[in-house]
Design a protein around this ligand. Structure first.
Ligand code: MLT
Length: 263
């Protein structure tokens, strides 16, 4: 797949911070974090291929957007923007899977790495099969099945019960995802490599962020990621599920701001 510069938002000036959204979101996932980081950095926030204004790359219905293809798009985007040096790479969930691919393929472009609510392991065969089934359903029925199956797992039980505005904004973020883009990234996630062997070789400043009640990338698993990356720091966001960008935006922004300033 030919790497393609992505549609993106840019704010601020200085060293580059690249924010990579999760599945099935778009650059707007980072809206609460961008103004805080833009006080210190040139913040580049792309829409991954198949999502947001980068839906152009969605292609045919059977296509797969691998994590490697997403990573190569990010490199082409930086190149296209003339952002030539190494960047602070921040990946949320699927954005974390993409960040591991970026590390493998464009190591020289990473100055520091923040992994938010993500996993290093590959999908089990059962999970991968579930993604294939969901990809086929989404192409027939639109985004709704993916939204309905993910929403209860994205948010902490307390958020679901008491913060309707957060539930609404996360739903809105997903509702507009193009079915072809959703299906292509589902297939890409299902085929992704196990990144666990990579962790011990990460030799840049690293931050690991997890929600106390994250059901998708559980705290115990993320503690394992932090323990395996030499010298990394871990932040646990209280009362937060998977969607740190929406359930704990101020706390997440503060953690990332500290990291960007130090690294
Ligand atoms: C995400 O938030 O990007 C997804 O939950 C990742 C996944 O489905 O593995």
């Amino acid at each position: 797949m030919q790497p393609t510069p992505l549609a993106c938002r840019q704010v601020g000036s200085g060293p580059v911070v690249l924010l990579v959204h999760g599945f099935p979101f778009h650059c707007g996932q980072w809206d609460a974090v961008v103004p805080v980081l833009a006080r210190h950095a040139r913040v580049i926030v792309p829409d991954l291929r198949g999502f947001g204004a980068s839906a152009f790359g969605a292609g045919a219905e059977g296509v797969t957007h691998s994590m490697d293809a997403h990573a190569d798009d990010l490199a082409a985007t930086l190149e296209g923007l003339g952002a030539r040096g190494a960047v602070t790479l921040v990946g949320f969930s699927m954005g974390g899977y993409v960040s591991f691919s970026f590390w493998r393929r464009h190591r020289e472009r990473v100055r520091a790495l923040a992994l938010c609510n993500t996993r290093a392991i590959a999908d089990t065969p059962e999970v991968a099969a579930g993604r294939a089934t969901m990809a086929a359903r989404v192409l027939l029925e639109g985004a709704t099945p993916v939204v309905e199956s993910m929403l209860p797992r994205l948010l902490a039980p307390d958020t679901l019960a008491t913060r309707p505005e957060v539930v609404r904004s996360v739903r809105t973020l997903m509702d507009i995802a193009p079915p072809v883009g959703i299906a292509a990234s589902l297939r890409g996630m299902a085929a992704r490599a196990d990144s666990t062997p990579l962790l011990a070789r990460i030799d840049v400043p690293a931050l690991v962020v997890v929600g106390e009640h994250d059901a998708i990338s559980p705290p115990a698993e993320m503690r394992g990621i932090a323990a395996a990356i030499p010298g990394s720091r871990m932040v646990t966001l209280p009362r937060c599920g998977h969607m740190s960008t929406h359930e704990a935006p101020k706390e997440l922004a503060r953690a990332l701001e500290g990291f960007v300033r130090e690294s």
